[in-house]
Design a protein around this ligand. Sequence first.
Ligand SMILES: *Cc1c(COP(=O)(O)O)cnc(C)c1O
Length: 531
Amino acid sequence: MDTSDEKKLEQLGSFEISDQMLRLAQNNQRQNIFLNAGRGNPNWINKKARLAFNRLVEFGLSESERTISEGDLIGYTKQQDMLTRFKEFLSPETKEIDAFFLQMLDYSQQLGIDTEMFIKELTDGVLGNNYPVPSRVLKNSEIILNHYLESILYNGASLADQTDIFPTEGGTAAIVYIFNSLRENKLIRPGDRIAINTPIFTPYLQIPELADYELVEVNLQSTEDNHWELLPSELKKLADTNLKAFFIVNPSNPGAKALTPSALNEIKKVLIKHPDLMIITDDVYGTFVEDFQTIYAVAPHNTLLVYSFSKLFGATGWRVGLIAAHKENVFDRLIRQLPNDEQRQLNQRYHFVVMEPEKLPFIERLVADSRSIGLYHTAGLSTPQQIMEVLFALTHLLAGKKDAYIDASRSIIQQRYEDLHNVLGISTDDTKGNSKYYSLINIYELAETRYGKAFRQYLASHFEYIDFLVRLAEKNGVVLIDGVGFGTEAGQLRVSEANLPTPDYERIGRQILEILEEYHDIFKKADTSGK
Ligand SMILES: *Cc1c(COP(=O)(O)O)cnc(C)c1O
């Protein structure tokens, strides 16, 4: 690839560059096995929740056959005595997963859930035999999901019974719905300033810039020097009342670090000066940090929480995520404070679907807007997806104090992180907030450490910054993701510790060093010929 091609490539987003790299890597010159450490998609999945889903489908089919049974055409389930039949259906002596359901019944009873209704909800849910009703979230499912969020993300704050949840098609849909409803409800307008923690997952940089939104982004920067930690001094900027909203990925992607307790404290202080600040936090990586605490736990009235099951449970294909909001929140308050004519417009907007549109909470507006309002009554995440979320959540809630599955997910990425760093001879960052889901490798820094400052300068001034990434793919078949699209300085490459078998991380380290050595050979020749 020549320099002009590389310059064109540098205009693309990180993931689009990565797609190009995949093509190069698959036909790499050295015929190495092709290694894609670009994607955040994990290479593990959760077994228990999937077994449980399967079992519920089996039970649901037997229930359906009780009402109509004409070959493959079977009927609708009936509530009466379903719980009794479910208990009879279970055989925990021979089927390990059935013990999970017995435990689930106990647990849901403790939460005050009507287990008769819950079994019907789960059974019909996996069968997908009805529209999602209520459209935002199934009733008992919301209770379970709330307890899950409280357990994994709040670190002691108890908010489960004060929080509304809207399950969505992954975190992706959650992000899109939020931007859209904020705009439709005039909470963000073209030209508004919003703060973003950078470097960040590209959609958060790209969406605000799009013509529909035209938002002005203010970066709260974390840097390599601070090990990608977002410092309280940066967070102080949020006290500026010209900032409408703060979008954050926490723990971050690609920096992988969680906000520290003192950073969370700074946010609380900022809100005293700026009580109208809207915060949207994407906590998909929260479970990879011990004792993680979300911003929502310390600032529930100002914060929308986005969560996804994709990463922890290896469920990217399921498209399962959610939005959570406190019942008392700044979004509802700001809508009530809009000028009268704008409120009238909004009431007009939502009056097709509710009697008192002025009372429609923001989270319900998200549901309605997600289906262009007119289809509000058939909005909502598909019921099998909602139940899958519930079952994922239950694997954790029933695990007791120590969730072996979460521990295993942490140690697998920990191992890969260490292997990569050890081969490269880079020191590891073992601070508590480091999720280690991703690493940023600074190629220029690595060049200097191994071969000295002159070589670093040569590398930076004689080649496009993307050149290293291209060579790594073209020659050695290794795909990483360029950090510039996420908002890092040139030379940072993101390695995902999630998506390759563990032994591959040492290989990736060695391939990086090999390419670096080849540049160094070019440098040496250039150096001597110049003398
Ligand atoms: C991977 C990821 C998600 C998950 O998105 P899904 O649509 O649920 O798969 C959300 N946010 C960030 C920042 C991510 O990196």
